[in-house]
Design a protein around this ligand. Structure first.
Ligand SMILES: [Cu+2]
Length: 110
């Protein structure tokens, strides 16, 4: 019986490791904020994907503010840490950092 339980646990582990973390049904896509820019400036994701912005511009504050339609709820002004939101509906979501003109990006949800 112990042996069967161990085999089942091993199988679950294999299934977890084999499941795609990117390009699958849902996952996390990271956008870096550094050098007063979003990198990459555009990401294309499947609906249900969480996009996480990592604030890596040491000492420089930024925000992530949705522009136009469709819209998502943006981040406060931050200089470290991260902000994440999950995109459930297809569309092209444009956003800017309101503190730095020209600092913009987009998330295309399919
Ligand atoms: Cu900024």
């Amino acid at each position: 019986m112990k042996r069967i339980a161990a085999s089942a646990a091993a199988l679950v582990l294999v299934l977890l490791l084999a499941s795609p973390s990117n390009g699958g049904a849902a996952g996390v896509r990271v956008v870096k904020i550094e050098d007063i820019d979003f990198t990459p400036k555009a990401v294309t994701v499947r609906k249900g994907t969480t996009v996480r912005w990592d604030f890596l511009d040491e000492g420089v504050s930024h925000n992530v503010i949705s522009r136009g339609s469709p819209r998502f709820s943006g981040s406060p002004v931050k200089s470290r840490g991260s902000f994440r939101t999950t995109f459930r509906k297809p569309g092209t979501y444009r956003y800017v950092c309101t503190l730095h003109p020209g600092m913009d990006g987009r998330v295309v949800v399919r």
